[in-house]
Design a protein around this ligand. Sequence first.
Ligand SMILES: *Cc1c(COP(=O)(O)O)cnc(C)c1O
Length: 411
Amino acid sequence: MARLNDNYLKLKAGYLFPEIGRRVSEFTTAHPDAKVIRLGIGDVTKPLVPAVLKAFHDGVDDMAKGETFHGYGPEQGYGWLIETIIDKAYKPLGVSLKTSEVFISDGSKCDCANILDIFDLSCKVAIGDPVYPVYNDTNVMVGRTGEADEQGYYENIVYMPYTAENNFAPAYPEEKVDIIYLCFPNNPTGTVATREQLQGWVDYAIKNDAVIFYDAAYEAFIPEPGIPHSIYEIAGAEKCAIEFRSFSKTAGFTGVRCGLTVVPEELMGTTKDGEKVSLNKLWNRRQSTKFNGVSYPVQKAAQAVYSDEGWAQVKEVIDYYMENARIIREGLTEAGIQCYGGVNAPYIWLKTPEGMSSWDFFDKLLNECFVVGTPGSGFGPSGEGYFRLSAFGDRENVETAVARIREKWGK
Ligand SMILES: *Cc1c(COP(=O)(O)O)cnc(C)c1O
C-alpha cells in the first residue's frame, strides 16, 4: 500500500463548523417554530452586481464564437486584468507594481496554502491566535510542525496572541522567525493595523530577514481614511512582503473564484548556500507548472469590478454589509457588550458577557435569542471568551437579531 502523508493525521478533525451545525440542528428539531438567524458565516449573501454579471455573460458568449474563443490563457492571468488591477486597485494607493509581479488565481485560500511550496521546511513561521485556520493547517500538512498540544498549539509554530489586552496588536515574536502571517482587516477579530504598526512589522521583517505574508482579503471594507489597504503602502514592504487579495468578499466571488497574489521582484529568499534568489521567479515557476489559470469569463467578470459602474455597484453592496456591521456593533455596545472590530471589517468580535466561555455564550445566544454566531475559541486558544458575529446577511435579520440580543442583555 502507498505510504501516506502522516502530517495530515496531525490535524485535528474539522470541529468548529460541524459542531455549530450539530447544535443548531438539535435546537431547531426541538424548537421547530423558532426563527433562527445565522450570523456565523464567513460568506457573502448578496448576488453578483449587474456590471459584473454582464461582463461574465459576455465572456461566456465570447467562448461560443470561433473568433473570440479562448483556450488556455497565461497561467499568471490575462495582461488586461493585471493592468486593470495595478491601475485601479494599487495606483490610487500610491503603489506602483509591474505586471510581472501580479499573479491571478482562483482565490487566496489556495494561494496562501500554495505559497509554502517555494519555502524550505526549516523556515519558522509565526501566525496569529485566533487565526484564519488555513495558515495553521497548511503548515501542518507540509510537515513544518510537530504534534498539537492539548490546547491546540502545534510544536514549531510561533503563535502571536491577538487579545483585547494587547489591543489586537501582538508583540513581535521573541524567537527568530522566517515567515510572518498578517491579516488586516483581520478575520476573525475584525480589527485593523495602523500605518505605524505595519511600518513596525516591515522594519522588523527587514531587520530579521523574514517574509511577511499579508492577507488583505477584507481591504475593500475599510472606510476609515488613513488605514492602509495594502502592505505596499508601507516603505520597504516590496523587499519583504507577499500580498494576497481576493474578489471573494470584495465582489461576491466566493462561488465564482478569483484572487491575486503580489510577489515583488525585489523580494529575495536564500538558497542553502546563502545565494539570494528572487521569490517572484520561483512563484512564477510554481504557478506555470502546477496551475493553468483562471477561466476567461471569470477574469472578464473580475475586470468589470473595476469599471466605474462595477465599482459603484460593488461599493454599494460593501456599504450595505458595513451598515449591518454598524447596527450589530452599536446595538450590542448599547446592550453593554464589549465589541471590537466591525468598523473596517465585516466582523464584530465581542467579549462574552459575564466571563462566559465562547461555547456557553453560543448556547445561550442560540437558546434565548435564536441567533447563531461563531465561538471565538474555534479560531484558536486566545479566542476563548470571545465570539464572532458576521455582518454578511439581510438587514431585516440583522435588526431582528440585534433587537433580540438587546432585549436579553439590554439596558
Ligand atoms: C474569505 C477569506 C479569504 C478569501 O479566500 P478565497 O479563497 O479567495 O475565497 C482569504 N483570507 C481570509 C482571512 C478570508 O477570510
